[in-house]
Design a binder for this molecule. Sequence first.
Ligand code: GLN
Length: 487
Amino acid sequence: MKSSYNLSAKEIVTKISRGESSAEECLSSFFERIDEVESRVHAFITLDRDAALQRAKEIDGKVKRKERLGKLVGVPVAIKDNLCTRDVRTTCSSKMLENFLPPYNAHVVEQLLKEDAIILGKTNMDEFAMGSSTESSYFGTTKNPWNLAYVPGGSSGGSAAAVSARESSIALGSDTGGSVRCPASFCSTVGLKPTYGLVSRFGLIAYANSLEQIGPLARSVDDLALLFEVISGYDQRDSTSIRASTQNYSEFLREDVDGLKIGVPEEFFGEGVDERIVKIVWKGIDCLEKLGASYSEFSLSTVKYALPAYYLIATSEASSNLARYDGLRYGYSSEVGSDDWSTTFSNNRKKGFGAEVRRRILLGTFALSAGYYDQYYLKSLQVRTKIRLEFEKAFKKFDVLAGPTMPILPFKIGEKIDDLLALYMCDILTVLANLVGCPAISIPCGFVDSLPIGMQIMGPMLGESVLFRTAYTFEKCSKFTDYSPKL
Ligand code: GLN
């Protein structure tokens, strides 16, 4: 018999609701797995064992009393550490918030609890979600379960590694410029950046508001759709929340891409994209063609402007968002009492933030400063509009766009630490969906030297249904989501 930690979230729900297994048994299986591998993977910053066990017992009581059971009954879930969890430390992987206990739950956390999921703990990430490798965490790097010498991607590296290593059934991340899809690709899990506004950001500690969405990570498209159903939907506490009708996304899981029109932008396979990735992702597109889809290549000429626009907009928003952490209102205080306020603030921020966060605050402050605002920030917004218009045009012709998620293979821990530009460059294909606001999914597509490759499928605004259908069909045929790392 499979251990519970190897079951899909759907299977866990079925077993628990039929009384074939208890939530407590299932949870113990995950904790055994965590005890076995976590010291090597380091996916979590905080594990909340007692609260999880308490909840499992409550859920088992509900099952016994034949009460209404939620859609995720007894499913263990891992939460990125920039999502507020009431009375559970939420650090953003920063010394600045090392001891922050939020007084409330993020909207998505409330939704999970309403549907009877069990929160295992909080996962490691790049500090304040700035990065693509999880190496900038104040709490040390997470390892890639496929090869422990490699990065898991980032910034939601802990969430992807936890799912991939079977330490958690499903997980939540946040995606500002690729932070769900990059680690999903590097760890061979499925990850979705939803349409902007579909998931409430209430309780997400902000990095760059106009770009980010909370997104689900799972081992299969099935489980991903189930989790997405639970977290998406209107919430009045997020002013950008869309009043779209709630959907039963599982209904779109059909093996059917007949007549699907795939656009393949040549820029997605251009300069800087590893040849081995090009080959594997083309194989994936060919596979979809054999199943009934058709594809044409075309040019998306604005792609080359995306990365500079993204880094200017993201850092500008970050510099404003992170201004609140001064050690008095929020965050780490260096407790030097006698200095003037400006020196005190500056000490707190110097010691509380890591180097990458400080660099980005400086960049963003510069881009927003008088005299440079028009040249940098405003220009970036204009570029963003151009990119969005070009994507809108493309989606008039194609149902989805496909290409690699990441231009490079997972890299060794420490390999790019001194090459920041190379690290920024690896976001080139993911930042597009954030600038445009459209949904994008990363799905396992194969391996090179035993390291995972992801294929990215992008859809029009609110086009999650077509993404789920395409990804599901691909998964059933390719079976890459059946593979698991040997740990
Ligand atoms: N790597 C990108 C950055 O550092 C994206 C991060 C994210 O999506 N949170 O900005």
